[in-house]
Design a protein around this ligand. Structure first.
Ligand SMILES: C[S@@+](CC[C@H](N)C(=O)[O-])C[C@H]1O[C@@H](n2cnc3c(N)ncnc32)[C@H](O)[C@@H]1O
Length: 277
């Protein structure tokens, strides 16, 4: 987005700009010549983040059409998390794990099966949660639950581990900040974050579609996507002690038979010293 005074996205009767860094939408009344300015932040809070809007509709549509979009196997972050925790967690202690933007639960099930933790998966798209709940019922799994909820509306419950795979990259700038606040609030002292998010070196999507004005490394192809640099992640997650931060190349099979090739950052960070190293 542009700074105050700079207008952008002037299309038809809408002009969007920022005032004091707050996004605004001005609706131009052509006949009366009057302009009315609405706080876009209010719209975002009430309609987009909490009650859905385009993003939720779009994800629901994807899950309705393709079901288990990325197949049954876990993603690279879940495999990294299991490897890391098996090596580093002390003894046989049980932990509570929160999977933010869990989709239909492919990672949540893998984490629960391999680590015997208590797992809660949350996702705004109720269609994805319906698929996850169906799996819970069919496989009679315990210690795993799902909720259709925006992470920004999570209550005050605390977790030993927050896990978020391929979610940060689809969040707009203000949502990424809300995400970091949620992580900070949700982690118990000495808790751990496992995060996977697309890198600027991603060959599949980086630089494709419309560049988002005023935002570095953000594009709108079919959906909004933000690509991170090492410097950005180190700065934005500076409230954690970062244990590992590396780029991971992987091939991701799709339910439609296509294979996507990605490069994601894997970030593992702690708010303390729960682990041995
Ligand atoms: C790319 S998918 C990844 C799904 C899952 N983590 C996986 O890798 O299989 C991103 C998910 O984040 C969810 N999501 C987006 N914004 C969210 C929010 N504010 N709160 C909770 N979930 C959200 C979407 O509905 C979608 O299911």
């Amino acid at each position: 987005m542009h700074n105050a005074g700079q207008s952008y996205l002037k299309s038809g009767k809408y002009v969007c700009c920022t005032i004091d860094k707050q996004p605004q939408v001005t609706i131009l009344h052509k006949k009366s010549g009057l302009n009315s300015v609405f706080l876009w932040g209010l719209f975002q809070d009430n309609n987009v983040r909490k009650h859905g809007g385009y993003l939720i509709m779009s994800w629901n549509r994807d899950y309705e059409k393709s079901g288990r979009i990325w197949g049954e196997n876990p993603g690279v972050l879940a495999e990294a998390a299991v490897g890391y925790l098996k090596k580093n967690r002390p003894g046989t202690e049980r932990f509570d794990l929160l999977d933010i933007g869990c989709g239909y639960g492919r990672d949540a099930f893998y984490l629960s099966d391999n680590l015997k933790f208590s797992v809660l998966g949350v996702d705004v798209a109720e269609k994805s949660i319906a698929i996850a709940m169906d799996t819970v019922m069919k496989t009679k799994r315990r210690n795993i639950s799902f909720q259709s909820i925006d992470f920004a509306s999570l209550g005050g419950d605390k977790y030993d581990i927050v896990f978020a795979s391929n979610v940060y990259q689809i969040l707009h700038k203000y949502e990424r900040e809300a995400f970091r606040n949620t992580v900070q609030k949700a982690l118990r002292p000495e808790g751990l974050l496992f995060l996977a998010t697309l890198s600027i070196n991603d060959p599949e999507h980086y630089g494709k579609g419309e560049r988002i004005a005023g935002e570095e490394n953000s594009f709108k192809e079919e959906k909004y996507l933000h690509f991170c640099t090492r410097e950005e992640l180190t700065k934005d997650f500076g409230f954690l002690s970062i244990k590992e931060l590396y780029e991971q190349k992987y091939a991701e099979p799709r339910s439609n038979g296509q294979i996507h090739h990605h490069v994601s950052w894997i970030l593992i960070g702690t708010i303390g010293a729960m682990l041995k190293n």
